[in-house]
Design a protein around this ligand. Sequence first.
Ligand code: CUA
Length: 155
Amino acid sequence: MHFHKYEKIWLTFGMASLVLFLSIVGVSAFSQDHTPAGGMTTIDPKKVNETAPFDKPGVTQLDDDTYQVAIVALAFGYTAPELKVPAGKEIIFKLTSTDVVHSFTIDNTKVNMMVVPGRITTKSYTFDKPGKYLILCNEYCGAGHHMMFTEIEVY
Ligand code: CUA
C-alpha cells in the first residue's frame, strides 16, 4: 500500500496527538487521584436490601439542618416510599442500583446522579423553593425506561 507524503504526515500527527492527549488524561487521573463523580463507596448489589441505609429506604433526619435520603433504583422505578424534604436544609441523597445503570435526575435542579450497581452514589443538595419536583431516569435501562420516574415534595 502506498501512502502519499501528506497522508503520512497527517497520520503521524493524528497518532501523536492521540498518544499525547490520552497520556495527559491518564497521568492526571492517577496523579490527582480522580474518582467517579459520585464517589468510590462500594456495596454488594445482591445485599442492598440488607445493607444500611438501603434496608430502610426513605428520608431520615440526621440533625437540625441535614436530612439523608436513601433510595434504591431498579428496573423500572425507585424504592422511595414517600419523598418529602424541607426547603433550605441540606439533603444528602444516597443511591445505588440492584440491576443496571440508572440515573437519578431531579428536574430543574443540579441533581443528576448516575446510579451504578455495586456503588453508592452520594450528592448533597439544598432546595431553595418548596414544590413538587419530577425525578426521572435519564440512562437508558431497558424496555420500561420511559416509565421510570417519581417525584419529591419539598415543603
Ligand atoms: Cu432506569 Cu432508565
